[in-house]
Structures are given as C-alpha cells and as structure tokens.
Design a protein around this ligand. Structure first.
Ligand code: P6P
Length: 333
C-alpha cells in the first residue's frame, strides 16, 4: 500500500505486529488520541464560527485565563481516552491533580500527560495551536495511577506526539521507532501518512526561535548567544528570527527546517515557562528520535527526573550543532 493511502490506524497496527508481546492496549491509546485530535480539530478550525472562542473566565493551575477551547479540548481527551479502558491516569495542564479513571470504567496500564491546547492565547488571532501528549507505562501497584507514574524521566516515555492545528491538521508522533507524521484529509476524516521517518535537518536552516522581549532578564550567556544569532557574527553566519509564540508551531517548523527553539530561564522565572511533563519532555523525545538534541541548557532533557507534575524547565531544542552551541554559552554563566 502506498503511503498516501496509509491511515494512522493501519500504520499503528503494522507497528504493533513488530511487537509479538503487544496486547493492543498501547495501540488503543494512540488511536483514541487520534480520534480526540479529529474532534478537537473540528472545533479549532471553526473557532471563529462557534461560541467557544474567547476566554471562559476560568483560571488554570498557573493563574492563566483559560480559553473556552482549552477546556473543550481537555474534556474531549478525558472523555475519549479516559473512558477508553487503556489508561489509569491523565495529567493535564488544565488540572492541578492527576485525573484517575472512575470505577465504572476499565483502567489500563498507561498514564498520559497532555497539554490539550497549547498556544491557546493565539486562538483569537487565528494563529496555529496544538495538542501535545506523552505516554508512560504505569509503574505503581494498584488500579489507579499515582503521581509517580507520571513523574518518570522523559527517556522512559513509551510514546510522545503532538497535533498541529495549522494550515492543515497534522498528527506527529514517535513510539521510539522514528518520527512519523499524518495529515488529516477532512474529506474522508482520516489521518494519512505524509512524512515517514522525519529527520530534523542538520545543520538545517539557520533559524533561531525565542521571545527576545525577555532579553534584559536573561543570563549573560543567553544574551551573548542570541546576540551571535541576531548579528550573524559567528562562524555559522547570519540567521533568521522566527517566533510564533505557539510551541507546537515553532517546534514543527524546527522539525521541518532545522534551527533552534529556545525558552530560556529569566531572572523572574529561572526555570522558564514551559512544563516538563506535557510540553518539553514529549518534544524532546520527538526531536531526539528525529536526530536532534533537547537540553535544559546544561542537561539532556530526557535524563532529568521530574519532581512535580507541573514543573517548568528551560528548553533548547533543535539541530544538534545549535543546541551544543547554546550549551557552550550557558556553561559560561
Ligand atoms: P511567551 C503558549 O502559551 C506557550 O505555552 C507555548 O506554546 C509558547 O511557546 C510559549 O507559551 C510562549 O510564551 O512568553 O513567549 O508568550
């Protein structure tokens, strides 16, 4: 079968056959996430037309105004995946505590961590947003997930992925055997394989992606690194600056074109803004599987032992040479 007719369902089924001991439960989690993505995409692409645009007024655990679509996306995933019988817990940006599965539903051996709609502040201005997910295997005893089941180093993830609601809706994920992307064909409601075994270009395009509005709050090493990119005074020459302000969009561009995406720490927030479990660790797994690197500026992201469900971590993700260059500058701090 040609890739153009390879649905995500068939692709995952073929991958499952490579694991004789597979029970199909892991496959179910991925398929449920793809269904949730289609349901969310249906609303996101009509955001201007239905009454779910604009802040709901509620606040999430970080005190940020929750957009109605954030809540909707969270509800969809909790409904579709939470009641799908394959997971025993869900960690979400929208919920302070881990969500366990009601007794009336079967609980499975996996825990997912999700950012249901990352970049949601861009919804009202029609800029790309995304869903990010991470899947871990349950380690604790008993039916219900414990925090510890989610608080595993990123290197232990069974799978990681994102859905990019952009000019097209694209689901990109890895199960540890390369990164593969599926583009939604709305006319048949199927995700079709569009990029098999994605590799991040290296050195790739010289693009740096960071919010330079925080320059005065960065460390001196960070300031000198971005000064090198901005002025093109390094041996790598001149760069282009690209920053959408939506991690999925900035990361997806980096995956396709190369470059480096950064969310550094600042004097006010030394650990930066992005969360480890459902933003940085999944993107780090994807990036490494595509031949890139992902660091907090000193350490490999996937080696870091998380301590809290919503902990933040500085992020330097992209083409290997640029991430290594960033680490050299930050070591001088
Ligand atoms: P800033 C969106 O709110 C988000 O969590 C990421 O998607 C994005 O990369 C980052 O925050 C943007 O943050 O501070 O540059 O607006």
């Amino acid at each position: 079968m040609s890739d153009s007719m390879m649905t995500v369902e068939r692709f995952i089924a073929e991958q499952e056959r490579l694991h004789p001991d597979a029970t199909g439960t892991f496959t179910d989690v991925l398929l449920q996430l793809s269904l949730a993505a289609k349901i969310i995409a249906r609303s996101v692409t009509k955001a201007g037309l239905v009454d779910i645009v604009g802040a709901s007024g509620a606040k999430n655990v970080h005190g940020e105004t929750v957009q109605k679509l954030d809540e909707y996306a969270d509800d969809v995933i909790v409904e579709v995946v939470g009641k799908g019988g394959s997971v025993c817990g869900i960690v979400s940006e929208e919920s302070e505590r881990i969500t366990t599965i009601p007794e009336t539903y079967e609980a499975g051996p996996y825990v997912i961590a999700i950012d249901p709609l990352d970049g949601s502040s861009n919804i009202d201005v029609n800029i790309s947003v995304g869903t990010i997910f991470s899947i871990h295997r349950k380690r604790s005893a008993g039916r219900d997930a414990q925090d510890s089941d989610a608080l595993q180093p990123g290197a232990e993830q069974c799978a990681a992925g994102y859905v990019h609601y952009g000019s097209s809706t694209m689901m990109v994920f890895t199960t540890g055997a390369g990164v593969h992307a599926f583009t939604l064909d709305p006319s048949i409601g199927e995700f079709l394989l569009s990029h098999r075994n994605m590799k991040i270009p290296s050195p790739g395009k010289r693009i740096y992606s960071v919010n330079e509005g925080y320059t005065n709050k960065w460390t001196s090493g960070q300031q000198r690194l971005v000064e090198r990119f901005r002025t093109g005074t390094g041996e790598e020459g001149s760069f282009s600056a690209r920053y959408v302000g939506s991690m999925v969009a900035d990361f997806h561009r980096t995956m396709l074109q190369g470059g480096i995406f950064m969310y550094p720490g600042t004097a006010d927030a030394p650990r930066g803004k992005l969360r480890m479990l459902y933003e940085v660790a999944p993107m780090a797994m994807i990036c490494e599987q595509a031949g890139g690197l992902a660091s907090d500026g000193r350490n490999r992201i996937l080696d870091i032992q998380p301590r809290e469900l919503h902990e933040r971590v500085p992020a330097y993700i992209g083409s290997p040479g640029l991430v290594e260059l960033a680490e050299r500058y930050l070591l001088e701090d």
